[in-house]
Design a protein around this ligand. Sequence first.
Ligand code: CAA
Length: 386
Amino acid sequence: MDFDLTDEQRLIKETAREFTDKEIVLQSRENARNHHFDIEMIKKVADQGYLGAIVPQEYGGAGLDYFSYGLVVEEIGRGDSAIRTVISVQTSLVCSGIVKFGTEEQKQKYLPKLCSGEWLGCFGLTEPDTGSDAANQKTRAKKTDSGWVLNGAKMWISMANYAKVALIFAQTDPALGHKGIACFLVDTDQPGYTAQTIEHKMGLQASDTGSISLEDVEVSDDEMLGDVGDGFKIAMSNLDSGRYSVAAGCVGICQGCVEESVRYSKEREQFGRPIASFQLVQAMIADMVLKTDASRMLVWRAGWLKDQGRPNTLETSIAKLHATEASLECANLAIQVHGGAGYVDDHPVERYFRDARVTTLYEGTSQIQKLIIGRAMTGINALVPA
Ligand code: CAA
């Protein structure tokens, strides 16, 4: 076992770090203040190859492995979770599914445009009445002679307003349960697709979150990803990738909390000396370092398993659960180290705290991750009545 990064991995991480510091960090506070979804910044992220990091180069991606993708996402997450969310959704929740389940025509049609940032994508699984119970899709797909007609609603969808292509999960036959779900690549310019911004979020002010209404939206047979009945499997598979990405981004938040707290505590003086010299401040920093290192190791393990082509749903859930909870705890501690200064947005720790909060909710709550872990350990599905 080797815990050292290779020269190539180190270069990928350093490049992402420099890019984040130069292009993201300086702008993120203003973007959050102005609730600005920064398309220009997203273009720069795309130019770096980060929107299609794990997509093969022949389809316009960067062709990175999952481990390296995690290194990039950690750095972006340290800079701005709103931008990291764009990467996670576009790369993991949208592109990874097209790579894995798409036909050659679909790969050629969608991936180059998604990787270049010309198009954005969104992941339409969650509905107003369907969150954790993702198999219980209320959106309906009805077969027609020429394709399908979709009707329903989606909720809490990142990039709903900006996406050109929406992965829409819909039930084709309620009697079949999750085996009736299909996934469609919906052109959002299609009549009947409307998106609306969800306002007044606690955090991720600079990311777009919306609801989607689907009224008699027509899609062709060619726009189905996989086959009828593959939809749930596609959603879960994409989430295996997305949860990894969220976890890596949260390692970035943890790391940012450590770095900001060390810097601030060495500058800030009380009782005639830097607060970094007080044992209780050092204890808070030590707690943050512990949570950061443990989270990072879990993310690295999940990434390594993915690159080996081995099952990793359990390890991804463990990484997601630990890193997202750790990011919240670290942000809370970092604010404590900063005192009153941490309660306003002069320092990034205030934004870390607000942005971290959603990570234990989206892409599967902490409770869902625990049930996935519990089921793997006991062999008992707690969601099925005994
Ligand atoms: N990969 C591939 N297939 C999988 C899988 C995986 N990781 N996990 C399960 N499946 C398959 C199973 O093998 C099974 O297939 P068969 O019927 O052929 O045997 C099928 O899917 C059903 O599996 P389960 O019995 O485990 O399904 P379940 O109904 O008990 O649900 C669950 C399991 C884990 C609770 C799941 O519903 C879940 O993850 N819920 C949370 C949903 C979620 O994360 N939503 C977030 C949406 S994204 C978002 O946040 C918006 C955004 O824009 C950021």
